[in-house]
Ligand binder design. Structure first.
Ligand code: MOS
Length: 748
């Protein structure tokens, strides 16, 4: 029985109630102690050979007959007014088919842009040129011979604050009486920290190939959300969603920056509509590093008040975010939720600066908030003379304080215990002994909190035919996380088939099997329960058919590892004895994610410990080891999960040590918007990593017991590293990243 119910859905902390389709036939959650044959066992990702052999088709690989190529003209100034563009000269370049700039009336709806006459950040799109070849398109851009007048710009936080360049309302949330509690506290600490602008730097840049044909629209997009891209294209171009097909076979990362269709798809489709040709618009690396979004820089002041025993009595957090011209506010989430505290206040303002637009980047806002709150907690532990992990245990809280709702599961205390045991935390002061290599060593910790419970709507279908291969259709776009492999494992587990009898597809809206955007750590907890539901339906039918073929009672049969078995063991036949009789018929099943439990919040938790070695002479900080323990409910694929944590740690480490957009203060233009001088880590920077999971299924949340893992691993890493630096050196660098210059200055 299928029903429509109202259910709360959540994406990166934004809650919404919607109608969702649910099924009464959804399987019960797997019991925690139930042995599973495939789920929970290390499984190499099944797309591996396709990826490493080069056979995988990414959006950048799509090549169609007659396809045009797009080159972009971007603003060389942080703020300016275009005074001249020679369109005729561009159109006269051999091979150039179309030019668009801000004077063109586009056929899609847009509030502003995406082509500007008065750009408000360096790299903003001014014009695009479509040509038979990329070389011709670039020549066309050059022929435009841009002239542009500079206008005044503001990229400095202090200047913007002084001028009160604030976007919208200042957000304030609070409970209790923070001022009184701070005044009455036995101890107080106050810390102002800064976090840098970080660029997503996905290996595959943003891009799309758009093809408009007779009112049908096909678009290959490097996106985290094929269905969001479909609805965006449908809405903007006023086409029915059913006539729009979005394909993303393989995606070379997104990290939050690739939600929806993106400006590249909109312009590719527009140009295709005008020229009648398929059009490819892929950002070049400089364009990507200039104008594909960012994690905005923050300045945060955190005040904590506590009793002499270490019980928090007040948390006060003030945040300035440098978001570009507009953005949302969530940096104070950790201040309001991470620890038990009756009096808490968060104030948050976005400064309007002439910077590229900020957008989602792996744990957007929460990573920044944790980075400040967890350094303040470290200072509080030092002030009180309490072990930093003990301080955190002491202030552990098992409800979501802003809503008052309990968590579906929370194994944070177990994470603390396990990470302490793995890292040898209690003996960490031994690192402070002078060492032969002259490096200063120390260890620090930080807590992780994030959502990641997923929810409906999310669907899957499974079809098995005469060849015995079960094909799972999902709306998953696997952005590199291994979710397709996890779906294959869940399907094989429930069906009772070996892994290689199951095929999983995703990345295409044509079958119209909906999956959510690969964001907010929601794919696994949303889609896998739907996959399991579909598999359960197929298995029920297969057992009935086996009853017909073997003249047995279906209830007495099971399908295990590809064999039908009776409970007394007398019958033991390969499943192909049944599927082989299907001929051209198929057995089909469909599944859907059930509603989230009422009156509960689903969150992930964790703790990381970092060990650093600091060279006081050169200022170099090396992360020597990171220990990470997370609570993500049931771990579907331990191999894939560990790999996800490794990536998060590296990205968090780079945020703490090397990634930062530098600007020329005289022009407001980024000086390092390339890959050679914008420092993401290389293999030589990889620290030792010890990764573990508490692995207790969240049976209240969904039928597979899994929570998400996309975002959690990056969240505590920067604060753990900053705290390790403090432990090693006795100093705290108030701004990240801990570049050599900043370290030398801090230690001086
Ligand atoms: Mo969000 S940063 O796309 O998970």
């Amino acid at each position: 029985m299928t029903r429509l119910v109202r259910s709360i859905t959540e994406m990166e902390g934004r809650f919404e109630e919607k109608w969702v389709l649910v099924s009464d036939d959804e399987p019960e959650a797997w019991a925690s102690d139930r042995p599973l044959a495939i789920v929970g066992h290390e499984t190499p990702r099944t797309t591996g050979p396709t990826r490493v052999s080069g056979a995988a088709r990414y959006t950048t690989d799509v090549s169609l007959p007659g396809m045009l190529h797009v080159a972009a003209l971007r603003s060389p100034l942080a703020h300016g007014r275009v005074t001249g563009l020679n369109r005729e000269a561009a159109l006269a370049v051999p091979g150039v088919r179309a030019v668009l700039d801000s004077t063109d009336t586009l056929s899609f709806r847009s509030r502003s842009g995406p082509l500007y006459a008065e750009p408000e950040h360096a790299g903003a799109l001014l014009a695009v040129v479509a040509a038979d070849t990329l070389v011709a398109a670039r020549a066309g851009v050059k022929a435009l011979a841009l002239t542009i007048d500079p206008l005044p710009f503001v990229i400095d936080v202090d200047e913007a604050f002084r001028d009160q360049r604030i976007d919208g309302e200042i957000a304030e949330e609070s409970r209790g009486d923070v001022d009184a509690a701070l005044a009455g506290a036995d101890v107080r600490v106050e810390l102002t920290v800064e976090t840098p602008t970080q660029l997503q730097t996905a290996l595959e840049p943003h891009g799309a190939v758009g093809w408009w044909t007779e009112g049908e629209l096909t678009c290959w997009v490097s996106t985290q959300g094929i269905f969001d891209a479909r609805s965006e294209l449908a809405k903007r171009f006023s086409v029915a969603p059913e006539r729009v097909r979005v394909v993303a076979d393989f995606i070379g990362g997104g990290f939050g920056a690739k939600q929806g269709a993106g400006v590249e798809a909109l312009l590719a489709v527009e140009l295709s509509r005008r020229t009648g040709r398929p059009v490819r618009f892929i950002n070049d690396r400089h364009g990507e590093q200039l104008d594909a979004g960012s994690r905005p820089a923050t300045r945060q002041t955190v005040r904590l008040g506590a009793t002499g025993q270490g019980d928090l009595v007040a948390i006060d957090s003030e945040v300035l975010t440098s978001f570009g011209m507009t953005g949302w506010r969530a940096v104070n989430t950790p201040a309001m939720t991470l620890y038990r505290c009756a009096n808490a206040r968060g104030v948050e303002a976005n400064l309007k600066l002439h910077l590229r637009q900020g957008n989602a980047f792996r744990a957007p806002m929460v990573l920044e908030g944790v980075t400040a709150v967890e350094q303040a907690m470290d200072e509080l532990a030092i002030t009180l003379g309490i072990d930093p992990l003990d301080l955190r245990r002491r202030n552990f809280v098992d409800v979501d304080q802003p809503s008052g709702l309990p968590y579906t599961s929370n194994q944070l205390l177990a994470c603390y215990d396990r990470v302490a045991e793995l890292s040898g935390w209690v003996g960490r002061d031994a690192l402070l002994e002078p060492s032969e290599d002259g490096l200063l060593r120390g260890m620090g910790c930080a807590t992780q909190i994030w959502w990641g419970g997923g929810g409906p709507p999310s669907h899957a279908t499974i079809r098995i035919g005469g060849d015995g291969i079960a094909t799972v259709v999902t709306g998953i776009q696997d952005i590199g996380t291994g979710t397709l492999t996890a779906a294959q494992m869940v399907a094989a587990e429930e069906l009772g088939l070996p892994l290689d009898r199951v095929r999983v597809t995703g990345g295409d809206t044509r079958p119209n099997v909906y999956g959510p955007v690969a964001g907010g750590s929601q794919t696994s907890p949303s889609v896998l329960p739907a996959v399991r539901g579909a598999a359960a339906e197929v298995k029920r039918t297969l057992l009935q058919l086996a009853g017909d073929v073997f003249e047995a009672a279906p209830a007495d049969l099971d399908l295990v590892n590809g064999r039908f078995r009776s409970s007394d063991g007398a019958l033991d036949e390969p499943y192909t004895e049944v599927t082989g009789k299907l001929g051209n018929a198929t057995v089909d099943g469909s599944g859907m994610r059930g509603a989230n439990p009422d009156g509960m919040r689903a969150n992930t938790f964790g703790c990381q410990v970092a060990q650093v070695a600091v060279d006081p002479g050169t200022g170099e900080v090396r992360v020597e080891h990171v220990w990470a323990v997370h609570d993500i409910g049931r771990v579907i694929n331990p191999l894939g999960a560990r790999s996800q944590v490794e990536g998060g740690i590296l990205q968090g480490m780079a945020f703490a040590l090397s990634e930062e957009v530098a600007f020329d203060p005289t022009t407001g233009v980024p000086t390092n918007a390339w890959l050679d001088d914008y420092k993401i880590p290389s293999i030589a920077d990889v620290p030792a990593m010890t990764i573990a999971f508490v692995d207790v299924p969240d049976t209240a949340l969904n039928n597979v017991g899994a929570k998400g893992l996309g975002e959690p691993p990056i969240i505590p890493t920067p604060a753990a590293i900053a705290n390790a630096f403090r432990h090693a050196t006795g100093r705290r660098a108030l701004a990240l990243p801990l570049t050599r210059a900043r370290v030398v200055e801090t230690l001086a």
